[in-house]
Design a protein. Structure first.
Length: 202
């Protein structure tokens, strides 16, 4: 099955089971933490479309997206924290955990700390999961990871959901075709937060 067929299957399953859609979405985003190729942006867009058709599901779908993404991130972090470098010997994770990639991610964490997660949430699947696993590998305190990821998921998943609810397919197309712009915007937000914190500290 090709990538596009897999994406279509996900959308079809969600749309064909409106009443169960929140549970399906929660499960899909949760298991994506095991590095499964589940396109989060398509899941969010599908949920938004379903919310427009079924207004009573708008908030249940939002909660399922938010909690599912958060659980998926926690699974990814836990894999790195509790299994560590051994994951690099597993074919499913080896390419994502190449030494040069982990070293680069480590540099970002050293320089920007937990704010790396905020920007990382806007980066497509492979890099995002590498950031999450690296947080576990680096033994980032659980409470620090949780609260940083709570903010990151709220900004990315929640932001995209509201954007897709408002502008539909045009918004999805813009996000997919303008990743540099999206990352730049996320980077500016993080920079402003860091600058504000340093100003208060001084």
């Amino acid at each position: 099955m090709g990538k596009m067929e897999w994406v279509d299957q996900i959308s079809n399953v969600i749309n064909a089971n409106a009443e169960l859609a929140p549970l399906i979405i929660f499960a899909l985003l949760g298991i994506s933490g095991f590095n499964l190729p589940i396109p989060e942006d398509i899941v969010i867009f599908t949920a938004a479309g379903l919310g427009l058709e079924h207004p009573t599901l708008v908030w249940p779908l939002f909660y399922s997206l938010f909690l599912g993404a958060l659980c998926g991130d926690l699974i990814c972090y836990s894999l790195g924290r509790y299994f560590g470098p051994k994951l690099a010997n597993v074919a499913w994770f080896s390419s994502m955990l190449a030494p040069h990639r982990i070293e680069k991610v480590g540099q970002f964490y050293t320089r920007y700390g937990a704010f790396t997660l905020v920007v990382g949430r806007f980066i497509p699947f492979g890099v995002r999961n590498a950031l999450l696993i690296a947080a576990g590998l680096g033994r980032m305190p659980v409470h620090r990871f949780f609260f940083a990821d709570l903010v990151a998921v709220g900004l990315s998943t929640g932001g995209y959901y509201l954007l897709y609810l408002k502008y539909g397919a045009q918004a999805l197309s813009f996000v997919q075709n303008n990743q540099v712009f999206v990352l730049t915007a996320a980077g500016v937000v993080v920079f402003l937060i860091i600058a504000t914190r340093r100003t208060k500290t001084n």
